[in-house]
Design a protein around this ligand. Structure first.
Ligand SMILES: [Zn+2]
Length: 548
């Protein structure tokens, strides 16, 4: 997407707040920016992230932070009550990172902030609640409650290692909710903490600002060899599946302790299909290496489009998204992948010029726009492919149009199916990935080259390790975003991946990951995960080509 499109989209998003906006923001160059760690050249190098231990100093179990840290950074995080144990240099020694979360104002003076500051001075990295940071720096702390006419967000002011994934001007919803209020009037009340009147200097900068009162929501203070990042982890609750205010709760912390975001990127608005296609064309106009090709009309008459990178004579990788229309987020990950490949064909040191990439981010335009699973004729496209179609039982949810899994009148009865099958027939891809939501599992085709599939899965696991926290859909347990679960091959089903396998693709698989959310709050995580999965497959397929 071009910068201009981005600017336009942001304008749409923030227009309602424009009247409140302070003087135009000028992105700052700040001498204190820690140099970002270079991206690893290959997935193997990701196996040893920064392993420094993390200390959580808190007086509350509210928000489940200690439990979440254990899930995100197993064996690496320790939680200590600063009320029961005095904070001393000896306690802090040996940790690379300290997180402070003070829940009770009565305990504010029990946290020795002088020791915290001294820890940072010696090179430690601190993430500190706004409450205690304001107290320690004698700043005005503020807590704002609003009803649902305004959804509290932070506007990113500075692009740096901590805010990676977001651009200056992006809005990140950031709030807690009063969910157990006895008065139903307050049930949709949201709150956000800020610090007012922060004065910036060569040591202090505001990384993000509240859309409610323009207070600072994220502050970075350079302290000696280290730094303190002040941000409120207390208000946002645990990031549940379709949460708004807390979805990115651990993303900034993750950027500090583990470079959580590598390829992720926020897209400020959920685009209509036509807008998405326009964004595809804008991207292709920017990069000569990238082309957009019309593949033919789908069931609603609109053209379906692919991104194309590389030489069609080379082995083809086909990546598709949103064949179930409402499973929409992964399309943005595929757009980001196209952008990355076009920007740098030697991404991660991989020679992607030895491959041909065909990427269809939205395989079901009508369903994408109408937030349905089916296409315009009520057909579940991923039950319509010409592989095991006759054998698919037709119980009540398969037999008639708009049934959840309606498989159509005959194999490949649908234009979308015919177009995708046509691509498979013509290019005979070596790898096909079909992206779905919402779960965390890798579904194997009915037949494949098992060693390649296992290698791809191992590569994905290495890449995703200790990156993102998510709740399993729907209301399931919390876990890291990963692909630890994989299915065994079964009988052929009328799925895209099984059709590809039938036509000779040896590495066809389906990815289920979190998604189907109401809005764009999780896109950085989704986009990053999609790109990593595609790169894992690319890397393993390149190895296989090299060994032939
Ligand atoms: Zn699906």
């Amino acid at each position: 997407m071009t910068a201009r499109v981005h600017t336009l989209l942001r304008r749409v998003l923030v227009v309602g707040l424009a009247a409140l906006a302070p003087a135009a923001f000028v992105p700052q160059v700040w001498s204190g920016t820690p140099p970002p760690r270079p991206l690893p050249q290959a997935a193997g190098e990701l196996a040893s992230p920064q392993r420094a231990a993390i200390l959580l100093l808190t007086d509350t179990s509210a928000g489940g932070i200690a439990a979440d840290l254990d899930i995100l950074y197993p064996g690496r995080a320790k939680s200590v009550s600063f009320v029961e144990q005095k904070v001393t240099a000896e306690l802090l020694a040996g940790f690379g990172y300290v997180i402070t979360v003070v829940g009770d104002g009565a305990n504010l003076d029990k946290l020795d902030y002088g020791e915290i500051t001294a820890f940072a001075h010696g090179g430690g990295q601190v993430m500190s609640g706004l409450f205690e940071y304001a107290r320690a720096r004698n700043l005005h702390f503020s807590k704002t409650h609003v009803l649902d006419r305004l959804r509290p967000a932070m506007r990113i002011d500075v692009e740096c290692d901590i805010t990676k994934g977001f651009a200056a001007g992006d809005q990140v919803w950031w709030f807690g909710s009063v969910s157990s209020a006895p008065d139903p009037l307050y049930a949709n009340q949201m709150y956000q903490r800020q610090i007012m009147g922060v004065r910036e200097s060569d040591r202090v900068r505001i990384l993000a600002t509240s859309n409610v009162n323009h207070g600072a929501v994220m502050i970075e203070e350079k302290v000696g060899q280290g730094r303190i990042v002040a941000i409120d982890l207390l208000s946002p609750g645990r990031p549940f599946f379709n949460s708004y205010g807390s979805t990115n709760k651990y993303l900034f912390l993750g950027n500090m302790v583990n470079q959580a975001v590598r390829y992720g990127k926020q897209y400020p608005k959920r685009l209509s299909y036509d807008e998405f296609v326009a964004a595809m064309h804008q991207l292709a106009a920017k990069y000569p290496a990238l082309s957009v090709k019309a593949e033919g009309p789908g069931s609603d008459g609109r053209q379906m489009y692919t991104f194309n990178v590389g030489d069609p004579a080379k082995p083809t990788m086909y990546f598709g998204g949103s064949v179930h229309g409402w499973e929409w987020e992964n399309a943005y990950g595929l757009m980001r992948l196209a952008e990355l490949l076009a920007e740098n064909p030697r991404l991660e040191g991989l020679d992607t010029t030895r491959l041909h990439f065909k990427i269809m981010p939205i395989q079901n335009p009508w369903g994408h726009d109408h937030f349905t699973r089916q296409n315009a004729r009520g057909v579940d496209l991923n039950r319509n492919f010409d592989a095991g179609w006759e054998e698919l039982p037709a119980p009540q949810d398969v037999a008639t149009p708009w049934d959840y899994n309606y498989k159509g009148a005959r194999p490949a009865s649908e234009r979308e199916t015919q177009i995708i099958q046509g691509i498979v027939d013509r290019y005979r891809p070596i790898c096909v990935i079909d992206f779905h939501t919402a779960d965390y599992v890798m579904l194997r085709a009915y037949r494949d080259d098992e060693p390649v599939i296992r290698a791809i899965q191992a590569n994905i696991k290495t890449r995703l390790k200790d990156r993102f926290l998510a709740q399993r859909p729907y209301n399931g347990p919390y876990q890291q975003v990963n692909m630890d679960n994989i299915t065994e091959p079964g009988a052929p089903k009328p799925y895209l991946i099984d059709y590809a396998a039938k036509q000779g693709t040896t590495a066809a698989f389906l990815i289920e990951m979190s998604g189907n959310r109401d809005d764009v709050q999780a896109l950085v995580m989704n986009v990053d995960t999609v790109v990593e999965i595609c790169l894992a497959a690319t890397q393993e397929c390149l190895k296989r080509i090299a060994s032939r």
